[in-house]
Design a binder for this molecule. Structure first.
Ligand code: ZN
Length: 403
């Protein structure tokens, strides 16, 4: 396997060495509060993270490239050491993997939104009033009965108004346009600019849409559906192949579980709270070399524009650190996948603080875990894709390159 931009030279990773924990707080980085000049991280009381910064080495990582605001999918692909511009993962694939659906090579996955249309077929609610997940499950079960010629059809519920369709068969293609018009007052879109290779898939999905509309027509809210992110899984070398580690993911949200599964990690049962993350790690610690732990609340509070809420979420995240250190990993790296400043109420391009703890870490003078402090850290400012080689090296898992 060769890489256009080698994140890690071939044949350097070995299958021996220490254990690694990558602890990710989603959307961790922030921006200063206008009154205090301190970011969410700098405002939060985080004794455990500060201790890590003091005892270890810190820095900042650039998730994708300078100035680029990442989605969480590509940002995690980068944290896992893969160039996210080379390995693009479609939304449908992410949703399918996120619910634990085992996508085969060539399967086409589609993210479905149940929606409401009026008597003229125009969308009045793109999310069908966010129907309860139980309703979504019932509807997906009915749509799962749809049969199409020459392919297998799977329909699975995700959450609220979201579901997944997977088509399995020969010569299927992704890359079709979304049928969600991203607006109300207009009907769902049809497929346009369909290539010869995509024709079969477009015909099948159009037939599915027709059959689904018939089944859903008497539903009060979810009387139609739209399709997004029509995609096949990228051909991606696994963690075991590239890094020679047995890896496990502990996360609560489907998408993160999905990305981890895509790179070949074993996806353990969902965990979201600090206690659940800690006990899942302790329970599986003997079975793996590498653990990815995901904490979501730092991102969702940032997205809500809730500065104080993000401060509290950061303080809660701080309590995960001693639970992880209790199992005694050889390498512990704490970071975020991207910044989600409450001031912007969205993801942003800003670099993200990193703290690394390992016996072989070269210490720096940083004693607190925050954006300004980590700028003076010994790791400097690096790309997210550099974090995997750095973790592996500190775990003693990388051989010398050449004689
Ligand atoms: Zn994220």
């Amino acid at each position: 396997m060769s890489f256009t931009r080698p994140e890690l030279p071939d044949d350097v990773a070995t299958d021996r060495g220490g254990k690694i924990v990558l602890l990710v707080a989603d959307g961790l980085g922030g921006l200063p509060h206008p009154e205090t000049g301190l970011s969410e991280m700098e405002t939060a009381r985080t004794p455990n993270l500060d201790a890590m910064a003091t005892e270890g080495v810190t820095g900042l990582h650039v998730p994708i490239a300078p100035g680029i605001t990442p989605g969480s999918g590509p940002a995690h692909v980068a944290l896992f050491g893969y160039d996210p511009l080379r390995y693009e993962i479609g939304r449908g694939v992410l949703e399918a993997l996120g619910i634990g659906f085992e996508l085969g090579e060539g399967d086409v996955a589609v993210r479905v939104n149940f929606a409401t249309v009026d008597a003229d077929g125009r969308i009045t609610d793109r999310r069908a009033g966010r129907i309860p997940t139980e309703k979504c499950t019932e509807l997906a079960g009915r749509l799962d009965q749809i049969r199409l010629p020459g392919v297998e059809v799977f329909v699975r519920p995700v959450k609220e108004h979201r579901a997944v369709i997977v088509l399995r068969g020969k010569a299927l293609e992704g890359g079709l346009n979304d049928t969600d018009p991203q607006a109300t007052g207009v009907p769902p879109l049809t497929f346009t600019d369909v290539t010869r290779e995509q024709e079969k898939t477009a015909d099948l999905l159009s037939a599915f849409q027709g059959a689904a509309r018939e089944i859903l027509k008497d539903e009060p809210a979810a009387n139609t559906l739209t399709m997004r992110g029509i995609s096949t899984r990228p051909d991606i070398p696994t963690f075991a192949e590239r890094f020679k580690v047995r890896a496990a993911a502990i996360a609560g949200y489907p998408m993160y579980r999905g990305v981890a599964g895509l790179v070949g990690m074993d996806v353990l049962p969902p965990a979201e709270t600090p206690e659940a993350l800690g006990s899942a790690l302790a329970g599986a610690y003997d079975d793996y070399d590498f653990f990815f732990l995901h904490f979501k609340k730092t991102d969702s509070t940032g997205e809500d524009g809730d500065f104080d809420g993000k401060v509290r979420a950061t303080e809660l995240f701080d309590t995960v650190v001693p639970l992880v250190r209790a199992v005694g990993p050889d390498v512990l790296l704490v970071t975020g996948d991207h910044s989600t400043p409450a001031a912007l109420a969205s993801h942003s391009w800003h670099p993200v603080p990193v703290a690394l703890l390992a016996a072989s870490a070269r210490r720096d003078a940083v004693t607190s875990f925050g954006e300004a402090a980590c700028l003076a850290g010994g790791l400097g400012a690096i790309r997210a894709t550099d974090l995997m080689p750095i973790m592996l090296a500190h775990a003693g898992r990388l051989a010398k390159l050449g004689a």
